[in-house]
Design a protein around this ligand. Structure first.
Ligand code: SF4
Ligand code: SF4
Ligand code: SF4
Length: 353
């Protein structure tokens, strides 16, 4: 825990463990800092606590009932229990209710690596559901070019709605209807495009189930490894994790733990990389125009041709437009080449492509 000199420290006891945290933290955050597991489904560190799934209930001395730890701020001397027999039974029942409207095969499905339902089921020991299943039989929305929405798998955690409103400021989706009819969707059931969606994929990334899922990668298997890199599309430099399967990039996902993009990306970084890298029309060799036709050439031949042609121009006759798609090092070389070799300051940079 990193605290500044002004930060007030609060002392509390969680499961008989002495815990220090900063004033303003929630019981859930304090428990997580101390390595104590409390199950959650609607909680996400980037979003306002919501208390909807109620899986994070705890017992707090001198407090009535079972408060949700994600919405309860810590106070000095608080004594909290997170795993009593009563809490275990309560959580088990809450989880069964959540799953009553959810396909049971989801608990054993291996297709969605990020399904938090499976993890929570394993952690709280739910193997089968005693309640009769309710099939919602909702249509699957495929109105986005990048991801599908299957609200038959939705648990109404509200993460997608909150990230769209609080983080992206788009407000493209919201809760619709009420009570047992409640769903997530667009206003008047418009398409995502009509409702102002940026296709940033933030809702997909925070969804704890398979309700929102990438169209391109969903049939490409689970990634064997991931590679952390910087998005090449513009100068913001978002940090991405490229998921790789059988030597191919299958998906790019923004990284939460970094100060640049903090789990966010735009449509290009989120959905434009995997298809771009392996696109059949991507240029992989230089092309030289011969008699009006572009023909493939070796790098040596292309560089010789460029050197020959550039040798005819110096100073103000030459200008270089560099690109935000290049790395800092490449752009450094571009300006060095322009100034030192071509002897001009005519170098500029295209910020967005
Ligand atoms: S893709 Fe982005 S803008 Fe569109 S609904 Fe999801 S979070 Fe909102
Ligand atoms: S679509 Fe996913 S993130 Fe949105 S409410 Fe349903 S389960 Fe939660
Ligand atoms: S193109 Fe989008 S994802 Fe990539 S660095 Fe720029 S803002 Fe970030």
């Amino acid at each position: 825990m990193v605290v500044s000199e002004e930060t007030k420290i609060v002392n509390l006891t969680i499961d008989e463990q002495q815990v220090k945290t900063k004033e303003g933290a929630t019981v859930l955050e304090a428990a997580r800092q101390a390595g104590i597991y409390i199950p959650t489904l609607c909680y996400h560190p980037s979003l306002t606590p919501y208390g909807a799934c109620r899986l994070c209930v705890v017992e707090i001395e001198n407090m009535r009932g079972f408060p949700t730890s994600c919405t309860t701020p810590v106070t000095e001397g608080m004594v909290i229990k997170t795993n009593t027999p009563q809490l275990k039974e309560l959580r088990h029942n809450i989880f069964e209710l959540i799953l009553a409207e959810h396909p049971k095969q989801c608990l054993t499905c291996a297709n969605n690596l990020r399904c938090e339902l499976q993890e929570v089921a394993a952690r709280i020991g739910v193997e089968q559901i005693s309640l009769a299943p309710i099939h919602k039989d909702l249509p699957i929305y495929q109105d986005s070019p990048f991801f599908d929405r299957d609200y038959n798998l939705c648990i109404l955690c509200g993460r997608c709605v909150r990230v769209c409103q609080e983080v992206r400021g788009a407000g493209a989706i919201a809760f619709t209807y009420r009570g047992s009819q409640a769903l997530v969707g667009t206003a008047f059931d418009k398409t995502l495009e009509e409702s102002g969606c940026q296709f940033c994929g933030a809702c997909v990334d925070v969804c704890p189930t398979g309700a929102l899922i990438d169209r391109h990668s969903k049939w490409l298997g689970l990634p064997e490894r991931s590679v952390i890199t910087t998005c090449p599309y513009c100068g913001v430099g978002c940090q991405l994790s490229l998921e790789v399967n059988r030597g191919k990039v299958v998906r790019s996902v923004p990284i939460l733990e970094n100060s640049i993009n903090q789990g966010q990306a735009c449509v290009k970084g989120r959905f434009g990389i995997a298809e771009f890298v392996h696109h059949s029309e991507r240029l992989t060799t230089p092309l030289i125009r011969r008699n009006g036709e572009l023909v493939e050439a070796s790098w040596d031949k292309a560089i010789d041709l460029i050197a020959d042609k550039l040798g005819r121009y110096k100073g103000g006759q030459f200008a270089f437009i560099a690109s935000a798609k290049c790395t800092n090092e490449e752009n450094y070389l571009a300006q060095k080449f322009t100034r030192a070799v071509m002897q001009t300051n005519n170098i500029d940079h295209c910020a967005r492509l």
